[in-house]
Design a protein around this ligand. Structure first.
Ligand SMILES: NC(=O)c1ccc[n+]([C@@H]2O[C@H](COP(=O)([O-])OP(=O)(O)OC[C@H]3O[C@@H](n4cnc5c(N)ncnc54)[C@H](OP(=O)(O)O)[C@@H]3O)[C@@H](O)[C@H]2O)c1
Length: 190
């Protein structure tokens, strides 16, 4: 049974991450300034306007993130606007924004009881630890992976732990003018 079939209302959990060519999502010191670095232009690539990006972001109903990603996002400048965000933590963290709520505990319960009835389009935006837990529990329906044109050599691994082998179906590939490549997959039913 796919994750959504047991839900009162069908929802999709998409894991979205940006990785270096060698599979890191942050440098060893946690910095992600490499995401902003400009390289040469890939002429055959596409670019999206701010309006297109904004209308795409509007389709996302809720973000889910681990506490370390939350703390880092607050430091760098909150990128999730006023869209609902659920932060996983066992600590008592100050709610920095009205749109943020905290959750601690079982992730199946989080998705099936708290998120799915309210949000059709759920985006899990990291970090590595939380993404790994979601994947291990079979709670991810789609993966949207952006590959940045950089080798970092070291850092926080995108998929660091020992995940069980599982096939994913390629749904779409987009190459951007800035050299990023976006790979979209859906969980294989085969
Ligand atoms: N390149 C990218 O696309 C990208 C995306 C996201 C993040 N990042 C980077 O990744 C780094 C953070 O990733 P990370 O792997 O270190 O940490 P993380 O996954 O963001 O957060 C891990 C934390 O989540 C909490 N948690 C996880 N499962 C929980 C559960 N079931 N109940 C309660 N709390 C739970 C725990 O918080 P407590 O310890 O508070 O209990 C745990 O320490 C940052 O440097 C960030 O900038 C990069």
């Amino acid at each position: 049974m796919s994750r959504g079939e047991g839900n009162a209302r069908r929802s999709t959990v998409t894991l979205h991450m940006v990785s270096s060519l060698d599979g890191f999502i942050a440098r060893k010191d946690n910095s992600v300034s490499w995401l902003e670095a400009e390289g040469s232009v890939y002429e055959a690539g596409v670019s999206i306007s701010e309006e297109e990006a904004a209308s795409f972001v509007k389709t996302i109903d809720c973000y889910v993130l681990g506490s370390r990603t939350y703390e880092h996002a607050l430091e760098l400048g909150w990128p999730y606007g006023d869209t609902s965000a659920v932060v996983l933590t066992s600590r008592k963290l100050p709610p920095a924004r009205k749109s943020v709520e905290f959750y601690s505990g079982d992730l199946h319960t989080l998705v099936s009881e708290k998120l799915a009835p309210r949000y059709p389009n759920i985006w899990l935006v990291g970090g590595a630890m939380l993404s790994q837990r979601f994947l291990e529990l079979g709670l991810v329906d789609e993966i949207c992976l952006n590959i940045a044109p950089v080798l970092l050599g070291d850092g926080l691994r995108l998929f660091g732990g020992s995940l069980t082998e599982k096939r994913w179906d390629l749904k779409n590939v987009v190459a951007y003018k800035n050299g990023y490549v976006e790979l979209s997959y859906t969980a294989s039913t085969v």
